[in-house]
Design a binder for this molecule. Structure first.
Ligand code: HEC
Ligand code: HEC
Length: 341
């Protein structure tokens, strides 16, 4: 527990202390319980870096989950987070670009939300520092929920069900603080770490010979896939250009934020967990299947000036390409995909 994290019990202690001025003082109860809930972490994953004002709490998580699946968050109450981040598809969807209210299309492919708790920065261009803040993007984007925080707060405060629920959890009304804390608390429980790959690493399953060849290729120096898509999250979280387009990226990626031409076409390396279920691929959903993705790397990328040198022509035969795909399939976590809403 860090110093900046104050429990309600500690805060309640401050007011009387102030009133009594120096006379009484205020001893902090040494038995104050630690955060009320512990999120199970897969073996081999590091601890979750929780922000000081949003330690895991069963009430916040349950409330955040209700909000995530509730279209009440969108301007016309038709679109929920789950419209584009579907549980059965690893919290992604299969549209190249997903539709928001009135079928409006933005310009990016919806990514999986698996293991977002560990992401040091949010969205493909790093436009948002935290999960709490990221909520404002879908909420206010004209192509997603087209609503805004002031009106959402008013709407939830006028709803007896939600005022009651927020009171149970926060002893407070729906507000920008409580809404964003609940949603982010839930998102930090969207965890995938029990794929066949994980089970092999834990010594409780074995790769087939083809999967093993694919694994060796993936982790080889010549292919270098694992230097960008590094375990355990199968991303190193860096912004890199993998040579998707030769000259012009209609979506300039990281450069949208930094306005630096050296960042054009750089995107946060995406996780490959559950990759067999999150087609189509790349930031714009332009590659339909894994065979096309492997061909992209086989051809060495398109040669954009910011292309990372680790993307270079490969010399895989058809069987090796297939083995690489079979290895990628071992990153599927069936328990995660089959969890119910
Ligand atoms: C209309 C489809 C749509 C809806 C609705 C939607 N999202 Fe997304 N989401 C996307 C797309 C597309 C991206 C990628 C945007 C980007 O990277 O700039 C994304 C990105 C994210 C990310 C960042 C993931 C990462 O890897 O950096 C989070 C977190 C997220 N969404 C949560 C939510 C939440 C919470 C809601 C509901 C309040 C929501 N989304 C509603 C389409 C949607
Ligand atoms: C230099 C770093 C780098 C290397 C090396 C690399 N990738 Fe990628 N990979 C990326 C980036 C960046 C993206 C996202 C690009 C975009 O969205 O435009 C990506 C996207 C992908 C995707 C699509 C993910 C999705 O959700 O859309 C797959 C699959 C993939 N890479 C597999 C591989 C394989 C297999 C290899 C090895 C042959 C490999 N990558 C090598 C950086 C790299």
């Amino acid at each position: 527990m860090t110093a900046a994290y104050l429990t309600k019990k500690q805060l309640n202690c401050w007011l009387p202390a102030l009133l009594l001025w120096m006379s009484a003082g205020c001893a902090i109860d040494p038995d104050i319980p630690e955060p009320s809930y512990s999120v199970p972490i897969p073996e081999g994953f590091p601890a979750i870096p929780y922000p000081d004002d949003n330690f895991p709490d069963a009430g916040r998580i349950a409330l955040g989950k209700e909000l995530f699946f509730d279209p009440v968050l969108s301007v016309d109450s038709t679109v929920s987070c789950n419209n584009c981040h579907l549980t059965q598809w690893a919290f992604a969807d299969h549209a190249p670009i997903s539709a928001g209210v009135e079928g409006r299309l933005g310009f990016r492919n919806a990514p999986t939300l698996a293991n977002v708790a560990w992401q040091p920065i949010m969205t493909m261009d790093g436009g948002s520092p935290t999960l709490e803040q990221q909520f404002y993007i879908p909420l206010e984007d004209f192509h997603e929920m087209a609503f805004n925080m002031v009106l959402l707060t008013d709407r939830l405060q006028a709803d007896p069900y939600y005022t009651d629920r927020f009171y149970q959890v926060f002893e407070d009304l729906p507000s920008p603080f409580t809404i964003t804390r609940a949603i982010a608390a839930y998102e930090r429980t969207i965890i995938s770490g029990n794929s066949k790959y994980d089970q092999v690493m834990r010594g409780i399953a074995n790769f087939t010979p083809s999967e093993q060849i694919g694994y060796d290729l993936f982790f080889s120096d010549s292919l270098a896939c694992s230097s960008c898509h590094s375990p355990p999250f199968f991303t190193n979280f860096e912004f890199l250009n993998n040579g998707l387009y030769e000259t012009y990226y209609p979506d300039s990626g990281r450069a949208r934020i930094t306005v630096d031409p050296d960042d054009a076409g750089k995107f946060k390396v995406p996780t490959l967990r559950n990759i067999a279920w999150t087609w189509p691929y790349m930031h714009d959903g332009s590659l339909p299947d894994l065979a096309t993705v492997i061909d992209h790397y086989q051809n060495g990328g398109s040669g954009h000036r910011n292309q990372d040198p680790r993307v270079h022509p490969l010399h895989l035969n058809d069987e090796q390409k297939q083995d690489l795909i079979l290895f990628l399939n071992t990153l599927t976590d069936d328990d995660f995909l089959q969890q119910s809403d």
